[in-house]
Design a protein around this ligand. Structure first.
Ligand SMILES: [Zn+2]
Length: 137
């Protein structure tokens, strides 16, 4: 079983267990958007997210879990708390004028939820649900 299968399986099992749907950034859209930096593109390619999304969607369908794609534009540029503009702070961190700061991927996840109209439990802002993913991708 390859890495993508394993990760997709983990995510689907987690979603099933917690009766959740799955929200993903539409990465196909990113590839078409030339304004995204080379660095981001390299990151996406190295993770092979397109393939991973394919597996996730496939397995989600088999399990009757809803899958929603959102436009990733601005998911990691606006503060999930106050909606203000985030400034980069170091390699992975983003910081807002309101004092909120977190990992850019965590912020992207929170913004995905917010874009879907999910009321954010405050706890989740500091203890986000993350399935840690490691491997060469
Ligand atoms: Zn803020």
């Amino acid at each position: 079983m390859n890495e993508c299968h394993k990760i997709a399986k983990k995510i689907i099992e987690f979603a099933k267990q917690h009766k959740m749907g799955i929200i993903m950034e539409n990465l196909r859209w990113i590839r078409k958007n030339l304004r995204y930096s080379k660095m981001l593109n390299r990151r996406l390619h190295s993770w092979n997210f397109g393939k991973l999304q394919f597996y996730i969607e496939y397995k989600a369908n088999l399990n009757n879990l809803p899958v929603v794609y959102v436009n990733p534009k601005q998911t990691s540029s606006l503060c999930p708390i106050c909606g203000g503009r985030l400034a980069p702070k170091g390699h992975r961190l983003l910081k807002c004028k309101c004092g909120y700061e977190n990992d850019r991927d965590v912020i992207a996840c929170l913004n995905l939820l917010r874009m879907r109209g999910v009321p954010l439990p405050l706890k989740a802002l500091h203890e986000p649900l993350i399935i840690e993913v490691r491997g060469k991708g």
